[in-house]
Design a protein around this ligand. Structure first.
Ligand code: AHM
Ligand code: MG
Length: 339
């Protein structure tokens, strides 16, 4: 069987069969080409490991008070550089930038879209050689806006046109949705091309695997403690099955595992992070992952509301995240509704 490359799969011609209008299809095709090139460059940077001096921390902190690693800054610059070339993107929001980046005027004459991204998610894992990733989300730029402002990014996740992640693991993969299913591509390091390897990913409905940072147990709200208690009781409890647990501390790796073999991932509210609103960021972590998970037949919720329905109020807004196999997410929501 012949290989389908990323470029072929997302060619305007191929996409026009699935997208409602052909100009959107050709825009998506161009933008995804730039994103793929950025992710290939990031993959090579990450892969250099300790051979170059980029694994340490910098003196600087990002707007969220987190110490930046050299690779956080390098990958952020690569993502901006590659994605401002198409002329289609008016502005970008990044985990590593305090404010939105407005693309230089000569590059945004035809701009119709906004790009939000986390260039290197899970970067605390980078110097222990564990998988990290890049997460991105494309929104429409509001009509008539030429130089986007902060508020232009404040759109619910349901407005996303396209979302995806790159996983820099044992192989480099790109997983993408444009709103009609989820497809996974693996980087062929010899041809430098992504090849379709995981068409139409679907999350299994039933699961016996959960992912949560158990060390936060005493800080969680009662519904999450109850949900996890019952998982831990296994066959002896009301769930009537034994569960397995995983925690990579790299959201991209956890979501990828769930897409392949099912499961539930939670970074719920806890009393340590309550003032911040949660741990994970809505615009460039929770929303793109929720779009992908829903498109693969799963669910994504804060426990109280569907993540994709939240109207953002701040660029770096945080939310509790519960996502994965639909039946488990529904159950976790039901625990929140119990009196
Ligand atoms: P980051 O964007 O600063 O890397 O933080 C997000 C990461 C997620 O990938 C992961 O789920 C979580 O932080 C891990 O948190 P913890 O260190 O509490 O286990
Ligand atoms: Mg992150």
């Amino acid at each position: 069987m012949s290989k389908v490359t990323f470029t072929q799969f997302f060619s305007a011609q191929h996409l026009s069969g699935t997208e409602a209008n052909s100009s959107l299809a050709s825009d998506i095709s161009l933008m995804l080409g730039d994103i793929a090139r950025a992710c290939i460059r990031i993959s090579k940077e990450v892969n250099k490991g300790a051979l170059v001096g980029t694994m340490g921390s910098l003196e600087s902190e990002n707007v969220q008070g987190e110490v930046q690693k050299a690779l956080d800054v390098i990958t952020n610059d690569i993502f901006i550089e590659c994605n401002q070339q198409s002329g289609l993107i008016a502005g970008m929001a990044s985990e590593e930038l305090d404010d939105p980046y407005v693309v230089p005027e000569q590059n945004r004459k035809q701009a119709k879209y906004l790009l939000s991204f986390d260039p290197l998610d899970g970067s605390s894992n980078v110097n222990v050689n564990i998988s990290v990733g890049t997460i991105f989300s494309i929104l429409p730029c509001p009509e008539g806006v030429i130089a986007p402002h902060l508020e232009d990014f404040f759109q619910a996740g349901t407005a996303q046109i396209c979302a995806g992640y790159a996983l820099y693991g044992t192989s480099t993969m790109l997983v993408i949705t444009t709103g009609s299913g989820v497809n996974g591509f693996t980087l062929d390091n010899e041809s430098n091309e992504f090849i379709l390897t995981h068409p139409n990913l679907q999350i299994p409905i039933e699961t016996k695997e959960f992912a949560i940072n158990m060390s936060n147990y005493r800080f969680w709200e009662a519904p999450i403690q109850n949900y996890i208690d019952e998982c831990l009781q296994g066959v002896e409890g009301r769930r009537d099955k034994d569960f397995n647990m995983r925690w990579v501390a790299s959201m991209v790796a956890e979501v990828h595992r769930i897409l392949i073999r099912g499961g539930i991932f939670m970074y719920p509210m806890d009393s340590k992070i309550k003032a911040k609103g949660g741990k994970l960021r809505l615009l460039y972590e929770a929303n793109p992952m929720s779009f992908i998970v829903e498109q693969a037949g799963g669910g994504a919720s804060t426990g109280r509301v569907r993540i994709l329905d939240i109207k953002p109020k701040a660029l770096h807004q945080r939310v509790p995240v519960i996502l994965g196999s639909k039946s488990e997410v529904d159950l976790a929501e039901a625990y929140h509704k119990r009196k």
